[in-house]
Every structure is written in C-alpha cells, then in structure tokens.
Write a protein of this length. Structure first.
Length: 346
C-alpha cells in the first residue's frame, strides 16, 4: 500500500509597499522586518524588482509543486472569470497606483484577468541548483517561440518601464533585453540602429531609459553603441542566446518591415504586439487591457491606432467585445509578410 504524502505548501507570494520617507522612499516587505530606504540613484521600480526577484530565487520550487496563489486566496486579485486553467507562471502586478507591487505564482487564466499584471519570463536561474542540469538538457524542447518570448517581454516591460516611456524607446528596450549578454551589457551596431530608424536620434531614446534608471550608456566602440542594463530581472533570462537573438530578429523584421517603416512608432509597436498573438490565416485575439499595457496606449488611443492600421491595409477587420474584454482581429496579406523570415528552431 502506498502512503499518500502531502505536497509541501510554499507560499510563493511576495508583496512590497513603497512608502514616503524624509530621505525619499522606503521599501516595506512583510517578510524582511523593518522597512529599508531606497538608495539614492536607484529608482524605486528597480529596487522593488530586485527585492522581489531575490525572494523568488530563494524560494525556488519545482514546477509540479507550484500552484495558483490567486486561487489559494479565493481569486481576489481580479474580476470573476471562468476559473483557474493553464500553466502556472510568475506574475508581477502593480496596485494602488504603483505603491504596492506583488510577485506570485498565478495560472494563465488568472494572470490574463488580473489588472496591471505582467508575466515574468521563466528563467533557469530560479530553479533549484540540482535541477538546472536536467532543465538545461530539456532547454530546446522548452524554449518558447519568438512571438511568445516577445509577447512575454512586452508584458514585462509594461511594468518595468514608467508609462511615460515612448513607444519607440520601448522597441529599443525590447531589443536591448533580447540581445544582452549574461553581464547585462549589449552592443548595438550602427546597422541595427538604422534598421530601427534610430540612427539620427538614438541618443534621445536611451536618454529616456537612463532617466528611468533602466540602463546606462557606456560609450561607443567602433560603430557600436555599448549599453549596460540596470534591470536585474532581465539578467536572469534563460541563457539560450541563440533563441533570444532569433526573437530579437523576428521583432525587428515585424516592427520595422518596409510596409511599416514610415508609420509612427506607436503603430509599429501596436502591430508588433498584435503579431505576437496572430495565427497566419486565422487572425488573432487578446485581452484589451493586456494589449493596451503592452502598447503603452490607453484604450481610446489604442482603438485609434487600430483604425489607422485598418486604413493602411494592415488589418482587414477588428472588433472589441466589451462583454469578455477581448479584442479580435484579422490580418491582411499585406501584414502577413511581417516577420516573414521565420526563426529556425534551436
């Protein structure tokens, strides 16, 4: 007779509050005792993400033992929906206008229904050391496709970057995230900047990211611009650089294709976000709130952007179902050429 051994319960939910302090801001974590003051020169957002990432690494748990923490608490973090379903992922959520941040294991269904939430891309470094070797052997099978990886990173950057960061700068941040090495450094060649139409005003783009304390410009080496990423979360990406570079190439071909080249950056970013959820010949659908955050556009400007994309012939039809909060669209043959060179499997 086999005895039933109960699974260990590990509360994989971490919450941090930002509170005013005479010296600036202090970071309060229920698990860490007295609040800590955010150091000068470090953005509050970066300090929060660093603190939450440290908790996630310290409480690593095999995937089969992870449960939806939202469900464990009666699904109080979002409006009612059809119930828990899908894989459990790490989800970063912002509440109270940025004064409270939460990182938790949440199922795919609850993550999609949670407002102001972003999926944190899974990493090998968050796994227990004994399992890293086995996971690395399965890396090829577990590697997400280029559109999936880009979709997750756009969702993450929506939380990691301030809302004021412009769409063109977000496209640059996406390329930096996908092309960074294990030390957080990235070299952007002049040809890449020309392809992104940033060769004449790239300084303004990374000045936005420097003001957000997301990266630091290290100078120029030859014809390449060298940057140091300060967001520690992106340093824990799965170290398969080949698949990340393929995702970066797919994003570049999609957002900066010839048919989009003369359009404003907000339309190119919107088309990229749509492309991550589009099935060739079948169209696509996405939660309107999640898409709005990924594009850094409120709902009304997003609808205007969709109208403009339809006017340019890139979208055949689109509709917004306000009952389920889903946006549905059908791409045209003109947009089917976006990202036409499909990344090869790694």
């Amino acid at each position: 007779m086999r005895l039933c051994t109960p699974r260990p319960t590990v509360p994989r939910t971490w919450t941090v509050d930002l509170r005013p302090h005479p010296c600036g801001l202090e970071l309060a974590c229920p698990l860490c005792g007295p609040p800590a003051t955010v150091e000068r020169g470090v953005s509050a957002r970066s300090a929060v993400l660093t603190h939450l990432a440290r908790h996630a690494r310290a409480a690593a748990l095999p995937p089969y033992l992870r449960t939806c923490q939202c469900h464990e608490r009666g699904c109080r973090w979002h409006p009612r929906h059809r119930g828990c379903s899908g894989p459990v992922t790490l989800v970063l959520a912002c509440e109270r206008g940025g004064r409270r941040w939460r990182l938790a294991d949440v199922c795919t269904s609850c993550a999609g229904a949670t407002p102001d939430a972003a999926v944190v891309p899974e990493t090998l470094s968050c796994a227990p050391p004994a399992r890293r070797a086995r996971r690395s052997r399965r890396a090829a099978a577990d590697t997400p496709s280029a559109p999936e990886r880009v979709r997750d990173l756009l969702s993450y950057l929506a939380s990691a970057l301030p809302p004021s960061v412009s769409p063109g700068t977000r496209l640059l941040a996406l390329q930096c995230t996908l092309r960074t090495d294990r030390h957080g450094q990235v070299a952007l060649a002049a040809g890449l900047l020309r392809g992104m139409r940033l060769h004449s005003h790239h300084t303004r783009a990374w000045q936005e990211l420097e003001q957000a304390r997301w990266l630091r410009h290290l100078g120029q080496t030859g014809t390449s611009q060298r940057l140091q990423l300060l967001d520690v979360t992106v340093l824990t990406q799965a170290p398969n650089r080949a698949s990340r570079h393929q995702a970066a190439d797919w994003a570049l071909r999609t957002a900066h294709a010839p048919v989009l080249r003369d359009l404003p950056a907000r339309l190119r970013l919107t088309m990229l976000a749509l492309g991550t959820s589009t099935t060739p010949g079948e169209g696509g659908y996405a939660d309107i709130e999640q898409l709005s955050r990924a594009c850094a556009l409120p709902e009304e400007p997003l609808e205007r952007a969709l109208l403009q994309l339809a006017d340019t012939g890139l979208l055949a039809t689109w509709s917004f179902n306000r009952e389920d909060g889903q946006l549905y669209w059908q791409a045209t043959g003109k947009s089917a050429r976006l990202g036409a060179v499909t990344p090869r499997p790694v």
